[in-house]
Design a protein around this ligand. Structure first.
Ligand code: GFB
Length: 319
């Protein structure tokens, strides 16, 4: 195990985005770190309003920050609301990073996404592929905002010596996911579709696109564990991929979800919906070398996500 260079014990740790799937998983994971967890509801501070973020940071003065707040969504939401995905994410990350610098936060982790990489990057995608080619058009707006977040962390490190680092999670799923069929990612959508087809005795479920794109998935509790690990052991300019190191086709995923849910019907396709990037398997080499690997396999993780869905542990968003 690599040495702890930043202990969270006894620190005031602000989790921005604590009500989201990733932020809430980080809050759960931090429970065993002996730190004081700080969260801000929308009423405490609207993260898109600079003055409110500054005032909240001045008042609460965290030692460390996990920047997991973001406007997120699946392929259709990204493609339909480009202004929201670009503006909201740019503004909230800029507000939090600048305010963190102003109040002297010791360490900050910015969370991005695997969509920052070029659409046709060599696979598995190494961290150095950033900015070497054109982005996938369905989510370039979100990707540009996330690339700006990485660059903000690098810029504050370069200009001010700030210990601000970035982690780039792959496609995440698990408790607290968004199961709204228009705005969700593929995993929660397929879980919901398979469940409703099973309970409604429907003959099939519909998969968007051709089913041939490949995606890598990581359970959100593994992601939270990796983020805490990096926060304690990593300090450098380069962002770090956070993934499982394995991918499946969307059709294979639909079959696995059907198996877990117990849906035995067939799978049809809606070819009016986009496929998006053909493949985005990130290299896990750097994170492995830093001493972390995932614990939750895909089938086990889907079983847990389905359990959470049945218990109503999810977010329902309009978009
Ligand atoms: O998860 P997803 O929406 O996002 O879609 P991306 C992944 C693949 O699953 C695409 C297909 O090829 C979709 O066409 N798919 C099949 C479905 N059925 C469905 C369905 O019912 N719902 C959804 N949503 N997809 C997102 C980016 O890209 O990934 C974000 O738009 C972010 O910016 C996120 O980076 C992690 O993997 O294509």
């Amino acid at each position: 195990m690599p040495e702890t260079i930043y202990s969270l014990a006894g620190k005031k740790v602000y989790v921005a985005g604590h009500r989201g799937m990733v932020g809430s998983a980080i809050v759960r994971r931090l429970a065993s770190e002996g730190c004081e967890i700080l969260t801000a509801s929308r009423g405490d501070a609207d993260l898109t309003r600079q003055a409110e973020v500054e005032a909240w940071m001045e008042k609460n003065r965290p030692d460390a920050v996990f920047l997991a707040a973001a406007k997120v969504g699946g392929i259709l939401a990204n493609d339909t609301y480009p202004a929201d995905f670009l503006y909201d994410n740019l503004i909230l990350e800029a507000n939090i990073i600048e305010a963190a610098h102003t109040v002297g936060v010791e360490k900050l982790m910015f969370l991005g996404s695997s969509c920052i990489y070029p659409k046709f990057a060599d696979q598995p995608i190494v961290e150095e592929s950033l900015l070497t080619g054109l982005l996938e058009p369905t989510n370039e707006w979100y990707a540009i905002a996330k690339i700006a977040g990485i660059k903000l962390c690098q810029a504050y490190r370069k200009q001010h010596g700030s210990d601000f680092i970035s982690a780039m999670p792959t496609n995440l799923y698990g408790p607290g996911d968004n199961f709204d069929l228009k705005s969700s990612h593929v995993m929660p959508a397929l879980i919901r579709k398979a469940h409703e087809a099973k309970t409604g005795h429907l003959p099939d479920i519909t998969v968007w696109g051709t089913g041939t794109p490949r995606r890598e998935f990581l359970h959100v509790d593994d992601c939270a564990d990796a983020c805490v690990h990096l926060m304690k052991t990593y300090s450098a300019e380069t962002h770090v991929n956070v993934g499982s190191g394995e991918d499946v086709t969307i059709l294979e995923l639909a079959e696995l979800v059907s198996k877990v849910v117990g849906f035995q019907g067939s799978i049809s396709h809606d070819l009016t919906k986009p496929d998006g990037t053909p493949r985005k398997l990130m290299s896990a080499a750097k994170l492995r070398a830093l001493g972390w690997s995932p614990r939750i396999g895909l089938e086990q993780g889907i079983t847990d996500a389905y359990r959470a869905f049945l218990k109503g542990e999810y977010l329902e968003r309009k978009r």
